[in-house]
Design a protein around this ligand. Sequence first.
Ligand SMILES: NC(=O)c1ccc[n+]([C@@H]2O[C@H](COP(=O)([O-])OP(=O)(O)OC[C@H]3O[C@@H](n4cnc5c(N)ncnc54)[C@H](OP(=O)(O)O)[C@@H]3O)[C@@H](O)[C@H]2O)c1
Length: 328
Amino acid sequence: MKIAIIGASGYAGGELIRLLVHHSTADVVCATSRKLAGTPLDQVHPHLKGFTNLTFTNPGTDAIDADVAFLAVPHTAAMTYAGKLLSRGIKVVDLSADYRLPKDVYEKTYGVTHSDYFPAPYGIPELHRKECINAPFVANPGCFPTGATLAAAPLARYAHTVIFDSKTGVSGAGDNPSATTHYPNVGDNIGPYKWTTHRHLAEMKQELATLGSKARVYFTPHLVPVNRGILTTAHILLNEPLEQKEVEKLYRDFYRDEYFVRYQKPSLAAVRGSNFCDLMVESEGERIVAVSAIDNLVKGASGQAIQNMNLMCGLKENDGLIGAGMLP
Ligand SMILES: NC(=O)c1ccc[n+]([C@@H]2O[C@H](COP(=O)([O-])OP(=O)(O)OC[C@H]3O[C@@H](n4cnc5c(N)ncnc54)[C@H](OP(=O)(O)O)[C@@H]3O)[C@@H](O)[C@H]2O)c1
């Protein structure tokens, strides 16, 4: 299976290549970068030396010869590729935000006009597997919404309020340096950002509503001095109290058949580099605290994108994704 990665010089693109090394049938044949066309890929991703002989290219969409393309580019760039690749019979997984929300919500949330909108399955396979199977196109979810939604999903219908408090590693911001990600500002430090206005809130609201929730949903992210990982604490306020035994059973049953969701005490280190979401829940009666941990670049981006590709192509869902996390 020939794979093209659009935006292969970035963090998500590099992670796709790292993970696809272990896939049974996927062979990355095209890795794009506009700025680095002509540069050997392992000069930018030295950890991949010996695993790939690719050189970055910058082909037009008509020249991309692949069975599946991953769009690991910023929002608004993805919409210039998606429709064109699909019209040539290439399956597409979009890691950007361009197709995760209805057009009007997307345009309001991102403050841009969508030039090529079409509806797409929202690729959290644990919640939307049927829509992703054999689909030509899947919108891969945001990193925060993946961890947050998985943490709250089993209780979504019973809640009147859900408050997500997330801590994220710095790679969530991509490889473009900025004052926010400058080492002295991040190292030995923790701080909130976009306290009430983070764009991923729209996806969280959408997904909880899809699960039948009428809850008010709030979200505040914090930047913490780690490279990878998102730990989300979900405060789920219920209409009626639930005992610990009941709520734990609800979670265990909800995720019983899910390979990538493990019911255990979450920690960033235990999921680092893996496609697992670890989560656990504790009851205080009317307040349930559910905590999840994912690697933002794997279950929060490239790993989940491969999980979706596997479903779209009729492959085993965990093909290429069975690696354990790294502890310590
Ligand atoms: N980082 C995460 O944890 C994470 C998690 C979930 C989702 N995502 C999403 O995944 C996408 C990639 O994120 P990232 O963190 O990998 O970003 P990144 O490190 O900044 O990389 C972006 C990549 O896209 C290319 N690119 C930028 N503008 C482009 C354009 N207009 N046309 C074609 N290529 C373009 C860049 O290379 P050139 O500029 O050289 O072409 C680079 O290869 C984003 O939409 C992001 O929101 C990221």
